[in-house]
Design a protein around this ligand. Structure first.
Ligand code: GDP
Ligand code: IMO
Ligand code: MG
Length: 422
């Protein structure tokens, strides 16, 4: 009996999950998404090509692997169709490779409108969502009003839809929000027909019997731990459980079937959208991280906020997820930096703490440890041994502080720019 391995983000998303899932996929037979939806933008680069995946797991480029969209995911049929058709046009027809859980919830056209309406109603306190209808869709799931992929196969599909739409329209009228969904709605009805050409399955049975048959499965997280609806910087979070426990609820696997937990982080931090970010930089260094790291949202194109690596937050994420191996991304972005800082504690109201605070409005001053930069192009390195001593010191400091080994180091966006430590 195999256990399911997990790769998930330890920061505020965009750590490089798509790239690493693609790199790890050859060792697995199945890749499965367990939460989130098209708010994700997972970038993969290989053979001079670049792809951004939103709902489709990042295992689809490694030939013949099964890819599953699990029950914990929320699916927008229109965006899914766009994504699948673009891949088919580039020679990657997924119909045979991709399965979708009957229990995944559908993002309806009115969910997207509700997302915009709720954001508008919050004014300056807005979350800065991706606008993809994620919050309203999970809200309907939890309030037992949602529509699931399995409903597409029901003869009552149209009436289930009509009821949901009527409920949403009443809310939108209450919010006094003007909208027109005629075009979106007709696209949606065509797109749900398109969805039906994929295998719509009982994914919890599929995943468990694969594991029983000793098949290896990799669960791919979306977003990051600090955006988790329970443990993130609430309310500035997404609406799903992005943490390891989300694999159990989002795929139907028991906790004792979790194997390796790969926690992925950048060598610095980024965040897109509103909310606290203790190590955020508002100076030239922050601009340099954004410029050199091309830190613009893969889905929305928004500029990502940038700052130093935050070990208080990272240790918190490691604790919540039971991370067994760390994957360190994008240190190459800091190749030319003279000095590099890492936060090891926070000062809040004159008190020093190493705990991630409950209070998101707290005035936090990070306490930093400073490192000399490595001043060399890490992108030329292909083994751990080739890394400059200053970079090894940086990695070893992270390992010592967190107690978790850094087993993979990524030094560029391409699949080949990945160093697996033996
Ligand atoms: P994800 O959402 O976690 O999959 O991450 P994104 O794809 O949103 O953002 C990561 C970005 O960093 C993408 O543009 C990747 O191509 C890029 N990237 C990934 N790893 C590296 C790396 O090691 N170095 C550099 N310079 N870029 C990287
Ligand atoms: P990947 O998988 C970074 C952020 C949004 C916003 C908050 C809530 O590519 O790492 P939502 O649309 O989910 O209701 O937005 O969460 N957010 C992400 N930030 N990467 C992501 O995904 C994100 N998905 C959502 O910017 O602050
Ligand atoms: Mg992303």
């Amino acid at each position: 009996m195999k256990k399911i391995d997990v790769i998930l983000g330890l920061q505020w998303g965009d750590e490089g999950k798509g790239k690493v899932v693609d790199v790890l996929t050859p060792a697995y037979e199945v890749v499965a998404r367990f939460q989130g939806g098209p708010n994700a933008g997972h970038t993969l680069e290989f053979n001079g090509e670049k792809y951004v995946l939103r709902s489709i797991p990042s295992g689809i480029f490694q030939g013949g692997k099964t890819n599953i969209i699990g029950n914990g995911v929320v699916l927008d049929a229109i965006l899914f169709r766009e994504e699948a058709e673009a891949l088919a046009a580039s020679g990657h027809d997924l119909t045979a490779q991709l399965c979708i859980s009957k229990k995944a919830h559908l993002i309806l056209p009115t969910h997207r409108i509700l997302d915009a309406a709720y954001e508008a109603a919050k004014g300056s306190a807005k979350i800065g969502t991706t606008g993809k209808g994620i919050g309203p869709t999970y809200t309907d799931k939890v309030s037992r009003n949602g529509m699931r992929v399995g409903d597409l196969l029901s003869p009552d599909f149209k009436s289930i839809y009509a009821k949901a739409k009527a409920r949403h329209e009443a809310i939108l009228a209450g919010l006094n929000y003007a909208y027109d969904i005629a075009e979106l709605e007709s696209q949606w009805f065509e797109a749900v027909e398109y969805l039906k050409r994929f295998r719509i399955i009982d994914s919890e049975y599929a995943v468990n019997s694969l594991l029983d048959d000793d098949k290896s499965v990799l669960a791919e997280g979306a977003q990051g731990t600090l955006l988790d609806v329970d443990f993130g910087s609430y309310p500035f979070v997404t609406s799903s459980n992005t943490v390891c426990a989300g694999v159990c609820t989002g795929l139907g696997v028991a906790p004792n079937r979790i194997g390796e937990v790969y926690g992925i982080c950048k060598a610095y931090c980024t965040r897109v959208g509103s909310g606290p970010f203790p190590t955020e930089l508002f100076d030239e260094t922050g601009d340099a991280l954004c410029r050199l790291g091309h830190e613009f949202g893969a889905v929305t194109g928004r500029k990502r906020r940038c700052g130093w690596l935050d070990l208080v937050a990272l240790k918190y994420s490691i604790m919540i997820n039971g991370v067994t191996q760390l994957i360190l991304m994008k240190a190459d972005v800091m190749n030319d930096f003279d000095t590099i800082r890492v936060a090891t504690a926070y000062e809040i109201g004159g008190r020093r703490t190493t705990q991630f605070p409950y209070e998101t409005a707290a005035e936090i001053t990070p306490v930093y440890t400073e490192f000399e930069g490595w001043k060399c192009d890490l992108r030329n390195c292909r083994t751990y041994e080739e890394f400059p001593a200053a970079f090894k010191r940086y990695i070893e400091f992270i390992e010592r502080e967190t107690g978790v080994p850094v087993t993979i180091v990524s030094v560029g966006p391409d699949r080949s720019e990945t160093i697996v430590r033996n």
